[in-house]
Design a protein around this ligand. Sequence first.
Ligand code: ZN
Length: 344
Amino acid sequence: MERKILKWTTWCFGMLTVVMCTGLYFMPAFKEGFTAAIWEIPDFEFQEAPVEIEESVVLQDDKLNIELPEGIQGPEVQITNDYINHTVCVRFPKAIDNYSENYIVQGSSDHIANISYYKESGQGVLEIKLDKACEHFYSYKDGFLCMEFKDLHDIYEKIIVVDAGHGGSQPGAVKREVYEKHLNLDIVLKLKELLDEVDEKKLKVFYTRLDDSNPSLMDRAYMANQLDANLFISVHNNASGDGKFSSLNGTMVLYSPDENDDSSERLAQICLENVNASTGSKNLGLVKADNIYIVRTSEVPVALIEVGYMTNTTELDNLCTPEYQEKVAQGIYNAIMQAFEEGF
Ligand SMILES: [Zn+2]
């Protein structure tokens, strides 16, 4: 079996080339091919391993073998996967000098865009940039960390992003000392209980927040886009235009209108019907909402559910009860399942 050893000095040369070609970096058409070339295309000089590797360590072409620095055992290594930014970090507990010159990283992967090494807070960090959101698998063998990366969509049948609107310093509507951000989160946490019961192989759920934090609108949409989610569902509650209590009540769902793609509208319709059916709320219809940032910028089917009016006394009372929140969560859950049945 041919061993292709990509020496780190070669990478350094590659990276230098990247820097020199910064102009190309900003041209999207070139970016993908160029960064991929660093890893996949054997234009660079491959060399035999400077040390003999046990045959058992040499794995298939689709794996990456990372030599552990001297004195470091597998369990001491920390691996983190930032799915959203397509980055896996391997942290050694010591900041190793000249890791790239003294240790081996070998193998290949369809998904590696590039690899870099840096020192941070007394640790040595090998940063692996992937071309998409991937799950990582790893094992330790004979002084090597063996890693494999698989497209999330090859592992999970469906991937969705669920967003509880507002959070942190952004309360959303506030009526009778009830904060919209809390209602939204309460509903999402109840929805999570239902979604947690689904086999993980069938469904992987990412939440923009599960506490009183406030991710930016940009980050929320970015999350759905970076994960190439099958669905993006955002949970909000409504208030009348002038903020005054009124008889106005019911559920509406916002969507992104697109002449060529009605998936957002269809998803919104499914959400509306199911939340209405589960809660008995009034059907206030669908609303085109390209004026809403996360709706406009979502590149995946999106529905923003305005569950009910906090400016309606009865509806606000309902929204504050766990029983009603459970009905809302059940309605959204049913909508998600129906959407999958319809091929989302
Ligand atoms: Zn809101």
